[in-house]
Design a protein around this ligand. Structure first.
Ligand SMILES: *Cc1c(COP(=O)(O)O)cnc(C)c1O
Length: 372
């Protein structure tokens, strides 16, 4: 038995999603093409639910989520004007590195991963550089699980004539884009986070007018969103081999997403998972990194107990014996670990996880709240 994955992805998937892969589709087979089209139309429908009049196009990209982020930045961000990247974690930093690699102008505003984005600093920057280009930001910064303030950032961008490009990888399909939506031109996400598909395909949702203005913009052949879109418009084919099994799994995963009540239903289950997890861990004595108000219901970061009886590798191995896989921390300054709330995980699983953690605490004798 594989352990239940309490991680940021890949995630535990539904058996029906895995079963959908038990078929070898030809990429030109009409049955596959129908599945393929339904997937991307289904994802467009998720964003249209919040923006009924928006003309959104979903362009799929082979690969993990980062491939879609790189395709979005390279294929859509204005190449001639500085891209402002807001960074308070590893995924924001990754976007800046992508822009650097492309050799295109970049401005970075950076905070530590324990800090919120400082809106006053963003506003001051936007005012000082009136001619600058797009703004890129991570929706839920999975490094810590922090929910960045998209609506407030979007309001700033609108006031200063900027457009937002959003890495919504760990939020899309469960958390709303909300009031931020009008300022957003593109959203990158992947099959294997809140949509609960398997890894191997990602996508960029982009407003049609924006995409149409981006021919010849991508510095990459494989990650050229415009070309990928054009080719699919012309003959319904992917450029280069599509991940057929992964797409079949996503098709089933999207049907399960709709059956759960779409974005709102899925978001409600994750919120309940996160609420129980946080409350239960605090009751056990663990210290969450973030205040509840800044926390997205996606993944929770806890500080590692400063107690020699705590040993992450040991705790990890014991949790696997109990049927759970957690995730190491990603903080540069402070030892931490993370527990995810997403995937085929429900409140009863979280309750079992808390019992397992209580048993391990008793067995090893560490003090979960020990500080250095
Ligand atoms: C998971 C994730 C990504 C993509 O990571 P991959 O390992 O390439 O799938 C990008 N941004 C955020 C915020 C993520 O959580």
């Amino acid at each position: 038995m594989s352990p239940l994955l309490l991680t940021p992805g890949p995630l535990s998937t539904h058996p029906a999603t895995r079963a959908a892969m038990d078929h070898d589709h030809g990429s030109r087979d009409p049955a596959f093409q129908a599945i393929d089209r339904a997937c991307w139309a289904g994802i467009e429908a998720i964003v249209r639910e919040e923006d009924p009049d928006g003309d959104w196009i979903c362009v799929p990209v082979q690969g993990s989520g980062s491939f879609a982020v790189e395709a979005m930045l390279g294929g859509l961000a204005r190449p001639d004007r500085p891209l402002l990247v807001l960074e308070n974690g590893a995924y924001g930093e990754r976007m800046a590195r992508m822009r650097e690699r492309a050799g295109r102008p970049l401005r970075r505003l950076r905070w530590s991963e324990e800090e919120a984005i400082d809106l006053a600093a963003v506003e001051a920057h936007l005012r000082e550089e009136p001619g600058a280009g797009d703004v890129a930001v991570v929706h839920c910064e999975t490094t810590t699980g922090r929910l960045n303030p998209l609506p407030a950032l979007a309001a700033l961008c609108s006031r200063h004539g900027r457009r937002l490009l959003v890495d919504s990888m760990s939020a899309f399909g469960a958390l709303p884009l909300g009031a931020a939506l009008p300022a957003i031109d593109a959203i990158a996400a992947s099959a294997n986070k809140c949509l609960e598909g398997v890894p191997g395909v990602a996508f960029v949702l982009v407003r049609r007018a924006r995409l149409q203005s981006c021919e010849h913009r991508s510095p990459s052949l494989c990650l050229d969103l415009f070309d990928q879109w054009r080719r699919r418009e012309a003959d319904r084919q992917w450029r280069f081999t599509p991940p057929t099994h992964v797409i079949a799994a996503l098709h089933t995963a999207l049907a399960l997403h709709r059956a759960e009540g779409g974005r709102a239903g899925r978001g409600a289950r994750y919120a309940e998972n996160a609420r129980r997890l946080r409350q239960g861990m605090v009751e056990l004595g663990f210290r969450p990194l973030l205040a509840e108000a800044e926390q997205a219901p996606i993944i929770l970061t806890f500080q590692e107990p400063a107690d020699p009886r705590w040993d992450f590798e040991r705790v990890y191995a014991l949790l696997v014996e109990h049927g759970f896989a957690i995730y190491p921390g990603k903080l540069t300054r402070r030892p931490s670990f993370r527990v995810g709330c997403i995937g085929q995980v429900g409140p009863a699983d979280i309750d079992r996880f808390l019992l397992a953690m209580a048993a391990i605490r008793a067995r090893l004798g560490f003090d979960p709240g020990a500080t250095a």
